[in-house]
Design a protein around this ligand. Structure first.
Ligand code: FAD
Ligand code: UDP
Length: 382
């Protein structure tokens, strides 16, 4: 059979490889000049640093299948994400941990003391937090919320935290020990040769016809089925409206040696216009010291306009209603399946992206063996 896969990020590359391994003909398209989608990495000519082109990407997971899968295609070296945060002229560590609490309140509390101290700050009248702010107030109280979350979240989302879902904050741990690892997952690392080399290996030794610089809209060939990992609203020519995204602007900073001494520093005050600065050579600690020059990026968040790169789906009530209408439209469109972060309009970490693509492959096998039609979605995107 002949299939088209739109998008050469992790979602599209995994589906394309699987179909090709099963003996099918696959056309894999991407409108960009490179593979790996938003995970694309490339060596910067001026500095030799491996730059994460669309912002920092740290691989972390508790999903053994996703970890084993990706490790087949390259070496992952140890990397633990330890984020620093500036608030009102002082430097702290995030996620909020015992050092953050003791530094912020100028105390030397033990874990048990800090736990009851923060419990005393937390707003116990909020039983079921309905939004980001309520979640924060019920978890850490007003002082830490204002210092680390209010200003940053305003900048990141362009909205009051009362308008955002509580789930955004639930992503972050709160710890009463000195563990400042940003993630809780058992597997965490960075690909030695960058993410694009991993995707290149996924696509190696296959019969996939890879066409970069090519939009799906330019293709007039016939296929048994299309796997579409681009934006779902774009597939339908935005006929029901545009789903909202935040986009990012990156401002490059070149310098010698070491610019900030670590990979990521968040700027939590609302007066500072950017959200964070990432110095990319620190994402590859095994080679950082050997590099004379360094490159860092200030990150600014704003509402995506039609020609901007869509980064973070906003997913407020209006968008969810529009998404449901697109889902209905997709359900009535034969021979196309939507997947990946843009196809399902969800924020997906890389491990979830990989896991969902592998589950989709399982489902594709069953459907093709049984001669059944493929579904419009392999998961429920709502
Ligand atoms: P994408 O990577 O977006 O790939 C889709 C591809 O489809 C794109 O290359 C696009 O050009 C192409 N395309 C779209 N429409 C068309 C069309 N019509 N014709 C042709 N081509 C088309 N995850 C982590 O696990 N750890 C992190 O630290 C992390 N950091 C992140 C930081 C930022 C700023 C963002 C936004 C995301 C981050 N992620 C992180 C998530 C990660 O980027 C995604 O999990 C991953 O990119 C999803 O892969 P995908 O293949 O679904 O989509
Ligand atoms: N956040 C914050 N201050 C920080 C870091 C995070 O207010 O220093 C908030 C912000 O709203 C962010 C959310 O917590 O969107 C989740 O954090 P995460 O690091 O997962 O951010 P993202 O992946 O959205 O960049």
């Amino acid at each position: 059979m002949r299939f088209c896969v739109v998008g050469a990020g992790f979602s599209g590359a995994i589906i394309a490889r699987h179909l090709s391994e099963k003996g099918h003909k696959v056309l894999l398209l991407d409108e960009r000049t490179h593979i790996a989608g938003n995970c694309h990495t490339a060596r910067d000519e001026a500095t030799g640093v491996m730059v994460h082109h669309y912002g920092p990407h740290i691989f972390h997971t508790a999903d053994r299948r996703a970890w084993d899968y990706i490790c087949q295609f390259g070496t992952f070296l140890p990397y633990v994400n330890r984020v620093k945060a500036v608030s009102k002229g002082r430097m702290y560590t995030l996620p909020v941990n015992l050092l953050t609490i003791n530094q912020f309140f100028e105390t030397t509390m033990s874990p048990a003391q800090a736990r009851s101290f923060i419990a005393g700050k937390a707003d116990r009248s909020i039983k079921e937090p309905k939004n980001f702010e309520e979640q924060a107030l019920s978890m850490i109280g007003p002082e830490l919320y204002k210092a680390f979350f209010y200003g940053y979240t305003r900048k990141q989302w362009g909205l009051e935290p009362t308008e955002l879902p509580a789930s955004i904050l639930k992503r972050l741990p709160l710890r009463f020990n000195y563990d400042d690892n940003y993630f809780n997952h058992p597997y965490q690392g960075m690909p030695e040769g960058g993410y694009s080399a991993i995707v290149e290996n996924i696509l190696k030794s296959t019969n996939i016809d890879l066409r970069l610089n090519t939009k799906f809209e330019e293709i007039s060939e016939e296929f048994h089925h299309v796997f579409y990992t681009g934006p779902i609203d774009r597939y339908f020519e935005f006929r029901l409206g545009r789903l909202g995204y935040r986009t990012l602007d990156f401002e490059r900073i070149d310098s010698d040696g070491d610019y900030q001494g670590t990979a990521v520093i968040n700027y939590c005050d609302q007066e500072v216009p950017y959200t964070r600065i990432s110095e990319h050579k620190h994402f590859a600690p095994w080679e950082a010291d050997a590099l004379q020059k360094t490159v860092s990026f200030r990150e600014y968040s704003r509402l995506a306009e039609p020609n901007d790169v869509p980064y973070y789906p906003i997913r407020l009530a209006n968008e969810k209603t529009m998404l449901e209408q697109y889902i209905e439209l997709a359900g009535n469109t034969p021979n196309v399946s939507f997947l990946g972060r843009l196809g399902t309009y969800r924020y997906l970490d890389m491990d979830v992206t990989i896991s969902e693509a592998l589950s989709a492959c399982d489902r594709i096998d069953v459907a093709l063996n049984e001669g059944e039609p493929l579904p419009a979605f392999f998961i429920d995107p709502t």
